[in-house]
Write a protein that binds this ligand. Structure first.
Ligand code: BGC
Length: 721
């Protein structure tokens, strides 16, 4: 449809019809489905009238439902404006790939894009027009259960992963039925709730907000994301959906975003609960004036916006602009010509879980696993005749994680299935030993598990967190392995020292005691559909671990928030990992550093960093520095290494972080092979949010290092003139 026709359509609409375009309903109101509802339902209003006017729905199951919803709406809507169909496709639709936090550990933007591309194909045939993805909330506190949904604690990694998802999902041309629009979320700083408690208030300086939290949303918008979702939380006192500074000033004016803003689930209604709106009508006024175009599921706009416009409280011009943004998106998606977009029942059957998609999911699961520790136990030898698979995750299928589709876990490959497919002759004894539920105290299975451990040549001890313990609304105040898992671990590790621990969980856990006892630990996160196959290949050396932590693991939950790019202090502890040092910034009972820092991850081979060289030591602002890092594979197998580049600005007019990742690249090396990785550092990467509230760099000395957080190697300096 041409722009003129679109404008003519808008001009022909009544206020009520316009308001309808800003109303999003839950598909469950019109069709039966099993999709999980993530918050309180809005008021259940007359479904027929809603169906006639509404502009979009969320949370449906398949192409048949998508078509039925569209048909039903178009039959009732006199203006025949197609619905937008939206769905949370966070880490795959039917073929589930690892949770985003795990994907961050791959440090591989291309692999992220490959996974997002697979999800795009499956989503398109399911009938999805918009996915509420990527979620790029920087998270520095694993008590917050939604850390699982983000790529990292690291703004650059988060930005690059998010942008890769946007480009792969949206493609070049949204009108093509195989492409899907992205809604980036949750704007802003939803990942910094006080105490790590979901939905809790967020209080941040503008500097921290600008430097650590906003860049990833901006990167996704720069990559072309068409929608953005304000977060549930209050940011410095104002809930995001009503935050005019955030949405009008930063988003629209500074960043020039002209796409659609959609509230989070019932967030408009929650303005009343927050206590910033007198009532629901007031909440509508606040959200509209702050620039929130669509009201997700609360039906508050449906109830009150028309009156507010008629009374002149919300200018009709503002309503028109919001509606035009929604109509433009529908037009861009080609919905006026093809309201089903890509929905196709036959293609669903062919694509879902097809071998090509499973292969991508398996590779992603392998590349996002992190080998935390290995004292010569892994990989396990093929010569082992009898292995004991012990622990609550030893024979578990719930390995896909939060935000997977209902029932997606049923398609996941378990650990024994993966191992038997690889080594059919290996004798496996499986003992659960105990449960992993919070509060679970039943230790009655541990004796049998210990017996099994004693009788085996090697033990794979599969521990972790139940799938539903991380995700939305799943915050924890303790981060140790839940239930009696540590009792099981102590006894099994004592019974058979040839034990490798494998972990399935959605957030960084506190593994301090386990780390002291276990000779090898492989962190798998929630790997998705191909869990068991990927784990088996890693355990038995068919794949070589190469993941690096996208968020550090704490020694103690009391260290949170624990950003690797922490600010320098006036009293830094001289040796961060030594004993407490009087009157320095330290704990009396725990070292300062994480148990495993951001960027850590081992391989079955070894790498040595031979040199880091700069092509100049003095740089003018318009110039750049070329950094060359030479890496050698010093082990006996092929492997992949993530070369990381860190910056430090030792003296500036404001306090700067002790280390900051500014670039990374993953490389493959054959045994003995040497590669040089070149990075270009520009003045823009040296900027920070200064005292006068703008991004700029300052002349002076800068340090560049490689290695990983808190373990930097080969530092070189240069001067910015
Ligand atoms: C979540 C969003 C999600 C929305 C729709 C909310 O509870 O915070 O991330 O997109 O539900 O399912």
């Amino acid at each position: 449809m041409t722009t003129e026709k679109l404008q003519a359509l808008l001009d022909s609409m009544t206020i009520r019809e316009k308001v309808g375009q800003l109303v999003q309903c839950n598909a469950g109101q019109f069709i039966q489905n099993d999709m999980e509802i993530t918050g309180p339902e809005g008021e259940l209003l007359p479904a027929e009238d809603l169906n006639r006017v509404m502009g979009s729905v969320l949370t449906f199951e398949d192409a048949a439902q998508a078509k039925a919803l569209q048909d039903r709406h178009l039959a009732a809507d006199p203006k025949k404006i197609p619905l937008l169909l939206m769905l949370d496709v966070i880490h795959g639709l039917r073929t589930t790939y690892p949770i985003p936090l795990a994907m961050g550990c791959s440090f591989d933007d291309d692999l992220m894009a490959e996974c997002a591309d697979m999800a795009r194909k499956e989503s398109a045939v399911c009938g999805v027009h918009v996915t509420f993805n990527p979620m790029v909330d920087t998270a520095r506190d694993a008590r917050w259960g939604r850390i699982l949904e983000t790529s990292s604690e690291e703004p650059l990694l988060n930005s690059r992963m998010g942008a890769a998802v946007v480009r792969a999902t949206q493609g070049e041309d949204l009108s093509r039925p195989e492409n899907v629009a992205c809604c980036v979320k949750h704007f802003a700083a939803y990942g910094a709730p006080e105490g790590g408690r979901d939905y809790n208030t967020v209080d941040l300086s503008e500097r921290t907000l600008r430097e650590a939290y906003l860049p990833a949303y901006k990167a996704c918008l720069d990559a072309g994301a068409r929608l953005i979702m304000p977060s549930f939380n209050a940011l410095n006192g104002i809930p995001s959906v009503a935050n005019r500074w955030l949405m009008n000033r930063v988003l629209r004016e500074e960043w020039g975003f002209n796409g659609v803003v959609i509230s989070d689930y019932n967030a408009v209604g929650e303005l009343v609960t927050h206590g910033v709106a007198e009532n629901l009508k007031d909440a509508v006024r606040l959200s509209m004036l702050a620039g929130c175009d669509i009201d997700m599921v609360r039906n508050a706009y449906y109830l009150y916006l028309e009156d507010l416009v008629r009374d002149g409280v919300v200018p009709e011009e503002m309503l028109d602009q919001a509606v035009l943004r929604v109509l433009k998106l529908k037009n861009e998606l080609g919905l006026f010509e093809n309201p089903y977009h890509g929905a196709d029942e036959e293609a669903e059957k062919k694509l879902y879980l097809c071998p090509a998609h499973r292969e991508i999911a398996r590779r992603a699961a392998e590349e996002s696993a992190v080998l935390l520790k290995n004292e010569g136990i892994l990989p396990l030898s093929d010569r082992i005749r009898k292995a004991a698979l012990i622990g609550p995750f030893a024979d578990e299928r719930h390995l896909v994680g939060f935000w997977s589709r209902p029932g997606a876990w049923k398609d996941a490959v378990t650990l024994p299935e993966g191992i038997q497919a690889l080594l059919p002759d290996l004798e496996l004894i499986i003992e659960r030993g105990c449960g992993a539920e919070i509060g679970d105290t039943d230790e009655s299975g541990i004796d049998r598990a210990v017996e099994a451990a004693r009788s085996a040549d090697a033990v794979i001890l599969a521990l972790g967190e139940p799938e539903n313990d991380s995700g939305e609304g799943r915050s924890r105040a303790t981060l140790t392995l839940p239930g009696p898992q540590m009792t099981l671990a102590r006894r099994v590790l004592a019974a058979n020292p040839n034990t490798a621990v494998i972990l399935f969980n959605g957030r960084p856990l506190e593994l301090t005691e386990l780390d002291e006892l276990a000779p090898a630990i492989l962190e798998m996160w929630y790997p998705g559909t191909e869990a068991g196959n990927a784990a088996a290949r890693l355990l038995f050396g068919r794949a070589n671990p190469c993941g690096k932590l996208s968020a550090g693991l704490p020694r103690s939950v009391g260290q949170y928030p624990m950003p690797y790019n922490r600010m320098n202090t006036g009293r830094p502890k001289p040796q961060p990992d030594s004993q407490a040092f009087p009157f320095t910034s330290c704990y009396l009972d725990t070292p300062n550093l994480p148990l495993y820092s951001f960027g850590h991850g081992l391989s079955y081979t070894t790498f040595s960093y031979e040199s880091l060289t700069l092509d100049r030591t003095v740089m003018r602002p318009e110039e750049s520095v070329r950094v060359t890092i030479r890496v050698r594979n010093t082990g006996s197998g092929a492997g992949k290494e993530v070369v990381q580049l860190y910056l430090r600005d030792p003296v500036a007019s404001v306090v700067r972080p002790v280390q900051q990742l500014i670039d990374y690249r993953k490389i493959s090396l054959e045994p003995g092979e040497v590669k040089e990785v070149a990075f270009t550092v520009t003045e823009e990467q040296l900027r920070f949010w200064d005292f006068d509230c703008s991004f700029r760099s300052e002349p002076g000395t800068f340090e560049l290092s490689t290695g990983y957080a808190d373990h930097l190697l080969l530092t070189r300096t240069f001067v910015l003139q």
